[in-house]
Each structure stands twice: as C-alpha cells, then as structure tokens.
Design a protein around this ligand. Structure first.
Ligand code: IMP
Length: 180
C-alpha cells in the first residue's frame, strides 16, 4: 500500500504512539477491574482495530461482542440518525461492560448507545474511545478511557474510514480535503 503522504494524507498519530497509548489504557483498565471478568463491546466497523489491540493487551478474563450502528453515510457527513443495524449476540445483564469506540465526535452515537445498553442492566458500563474530538460535541457522554484528544479534522486509518477506504492504514491520518 502506498505511504499516507503519497495518498495526500497527513499523519497525525503514528502506529508506535498508538500502540504505546493502548498499552497504557490496558494497564489502567486492569487496575480498575482488579482481575474481574470484563465484557468488551466493539462498535463496528471503525473500532475493530482498536478492539483487537486492546484485547490482546488485557491481562484479564475478557469476552467480546459486536454491535453496529448507522450514524454516518458513505462519506464524512452525519446522517443525523442513529440506529442499531446489528445487535449484540448475548445478554449483558450483570456483566462488567466496556463499550469500545474508535472516535467520539458529536457524541450522538455513544449517547444513544450508552442509554440503550444501560437499560439492559449490566453490572457496570464504561466507555473507551481511542480518539476524542471535543470541539464537535453536541451530546455529552461519560467516557472513562480516552486515547487521544485530537483537533477538529476528519481522520482515517487504524480502523477509521472515509467512504470505506483507509481502514488498513497503520497510522491515524488527516484527510486535508474533507471537512470534519
Ligand atoms: P458521533 O456520533 O458524531 O460521535 O460519531 C461517531 C462516529 O462517527 C464514529 O464511530 C465514526 O464512525 C464516525 N466519525 C466521526 N468522526 C470521524 C472521523 O474523523 N473519521 C472517520 N469517522 C468519523
């Protein structure tokens, strides 16, 4: 695959830096849960790489499930609508749950999902987001673990896409021509 710079992208976070931060988050989660079993819920598709890396770092009994929501269309524009397009496979009642998300932008998606999942009676419910764009927030969300706060720019790579492209870039990069 051509380098990010050859595709007109600007590297914001190198993979080595992301890996180091994911390790730190894993240590923090281990301290908080003290050996208790943990259930990670990955929001498809963008969080899949973050989940895979976080999961392998955690020295705790961990199970995983996946949920998909529609929040954005094919490009970068929000549709304004949030709905579940693929629900969880198993009940979360009584479990220690962490929602794993790629990026917190307006907060609409996580605000909605948090309320839905809370109503399913988990023992505890927390949120881990790799990236946070605080400048764009419309709805407040209780995020417990944040990888990086980033500026108001549209980013791709490390699972994040623009029209389904760039998910396989190891670094998080800014797409200069796209408005956030
Ligand atoms: P929110 O509901 O506005 O917080 O949006 C969350 C979702 O929008 C994320 O899970 C991403 O799928 C998508 N998103 C927001 N900002 C970006 C971005 O900069 N690049 C790629 N996807 C984004």
């Amino acid at each position: 695959m051509p380098k990010a710079s050859q595709q007109g992208l600007k590297v914001l976070l190198r993979h080595s830096r992301i890996r180091q931060r994911v390790r730190q988050l894993a240590r923090q989660i281990e301290r908080d849960y003290k050996g208790q079993p943990l259930h990670l819920i990955c929001i498809l598709k963008g969080a899949c790489i973050f989940l895979a890396d976080l999961l392998r770092e955690l020295k705790l009994p961990v199970s995983v499930d996946f949920i998909a929501v529609s929040s954005y269309g094919k490009g970068s524009l929000p549709s304004g609508e949030v709905r579940i397009t693929k629900d969880l496979d198993q009940s979360i009642e009584g479990l220690n749950v962490i929602i794993v998300e790629d990026i917190l932008d307006t907060g609409l998606t996580l605000n909605y999902l948090y309320r839905i999942l809370q109503s399913r009676k988990p023992k505890t419910l927390k949120i881990a987001a790799l990236l946070d764009k605080p400048a764009r927030r419309i709805k407040e969300v209780p995020v417990d673990y944040i990888g990086f706060k980033i500026p108001d720019a549209f980013v791709v790579g490390y699972g994040l896409d623009y029209g389904e492209r760039y998910r396989n870039l190891p670094d998080v990069c800014v797409v200069p021509t796209v408005e956030a």
